[in-house]
Design a protein. Structure first.
Lengths: 201, 210
């Protein structure tokens, strides 16, 4: 856990140094909520209020197309009531505590439907890249953990609202799809994000 | 050196607040686990007489081959009676060990796990010189916080052995029920209630025993 913070800190520091020299670049920090869809919802149906995202966007074509990357972190959790799970001749009864960490690392492209002279700038975007998932199932005094890397993509829609020259209120919603792997089911997540986009200096 | 913008720090704090593994303190029976397995080639409906021992063997860290220990009578009686009740309700008949088709052998395994708290408040770290007399703190040195604790778990094994299938080198086990949970938590009536309900659960999830 500590190592992740150190890496994040170095990453943010390094990014803001370069951003300051380029100009029309934005960092976005979101508080993120999410809910699983499809088989992910069957695994954990409760909505998650634990999440954050960090995004970097650089406008490359006039001021309507931005390229960048982002990193999300959503944690889904649910206590399942007492139940019996059967596989072959084996049956297992007890309460389950399930959690799912979803961490996509994506290259992104966003298209803004209004230029920077507008107070409200809606946008649509697409991300593509690896998705790391960590699943824990606690049952009785035992824990089953499965860590996996998927490939995934996420279309998103959002809007920026002008607050001042350097800061925008950012609202967005993303649909994350992580393809199934040999050992893990596909993961689908719908997130709702609120935060700020700003030029760092 | 450039200052880190306040917004970055805010974002950093936000990420820190997220946490990665939510935890929830459950009730003690949330930690109870009941597992069953059976031999799918064995026809239980044709072998419905059983025999039970009078006592239950206890296995723990101190158990040796030459020093057999048994579960205290009160608890053993509770376990044996609950097994007996369930089998009778399933239409089985109790017989002597010399004639019964199935000999059901219960045993209890007890284990103690020691763990260390990982909570900064227990460790009492203070910068030397911050307050007079405060130096680097160590657990157990001047701070009344426990640095370690333990929990005790118990596992009840219920194994059905098929008497006619016994050979010199092997005993066929046609059904196994395993119950695992915390031991030294709650009153004795609470523990007894959990024993009763988990034994019932083991038989409820084994409908093929009918």
């Amino acid at each position: 856990m500590k190592n992740i913070y150190i890496i994040l800190f170095l990453f943010i520091s390094a990014t803001t140094q370069s951003v300051a020299q380029i100009g029309e670049n934005y960092l976005t920090l979101h508080y993120s909520t999410g809910v699983g869809l499809g088989s992910t919802n069957e695994y954990i149906s409760k909505m998650s209020f634990r999440g954050a995202s960090f995004e970097y966007k650089r406008f490359v074509s006039s001021d309507d197309v931005a390229l960048g990357f982002d990193f999300n972190w959503n944690v889904l959790y649910e206590k399942k009531g007492h139940d019996t799970y059967t596989s072959g001749t084996v049956s297992l009864s007890g309460s389950q505590f399930r959690s799912l960490n979803v961490l996509p690392f994506m290259a992104t492209v966003d298209y803004f439907l209004a230029d920077q002279d507008h107070m409200v700038r809606p946008f649509v975007g697409l991300g593509l890249g690896p998705v790391h998932t960590i699943e824990n199932v606690d049952m009785g005094l035992y824990r089953y953990t499965n860590k996996e890397w998927h490939m995934g993509f996420k279309p998103q829609v959002g809007v920026w609202y002008y607050l001042n020259e350097t800061t925008k209120l950012s609202l967005s919603s993303e649909f994350l799809y992580a393809f199934k792997t040999a050992d893990t089911a596909k993961r689908e997540l719908l997130t709702f994000n609120i935060g700020f986009a700003f030029t760092p200096y | 050196m450039k200052k880190i913008p306040f917004k970055i720090i805010l974002g950093f704090i936000l990420l820190a607040l997220v946490g990665c593994y939510p935890q929830e303190n459950g009730y003690v029976d949330d930690y109870d686990l009941v597992a069953t397995n059976y031999d799918k080639d064995f026809t239980f409906s044709q072998h419905k007489t059983f025999a039970l021992p009078d006592s239950i063997i206890l296995i723990d860290e101190q158990t040796t081959k030459d020093d057999v220990v048994f579960v205290e009578d009160k608890t053993a009686t509770l376990i044996l009676n609950q097994i007996r009740t369930n089998l009778l309700q399933l239409g089985w008949t109790e017989e002597d060990t010399t004639t019964a088709d199935i000999i059901l052998l219960p045993s209890v395994f007890k284990n103690t796990t020691v763990y260390y708290y990982y909570d900064y408040s227990y460790w009492g770290w203070y910068y030397p010189g911050y307050y007079p007399g405060y130096g680097w703190g160590y657990p157990g040195y001047g701070y009344p916080y426990p640095a370690a604790s333990s929990y005790q778990t118990g596992t009840l094994f219920m194994q059905m052995t098929y008497r006619e299938g016994i050979e010199a080198s092997s005993v066929p086990v046609v059904w196994t029920g395993v119950i695992n949970g915390l031991l030294n938590v709650g009153s004795s009536s609470s523990v007894n209630s959990r024993i009763t309900s988990t034994i019932n659960q083991a038989f409820n999830q084994s409908p093929y025993l009918k």
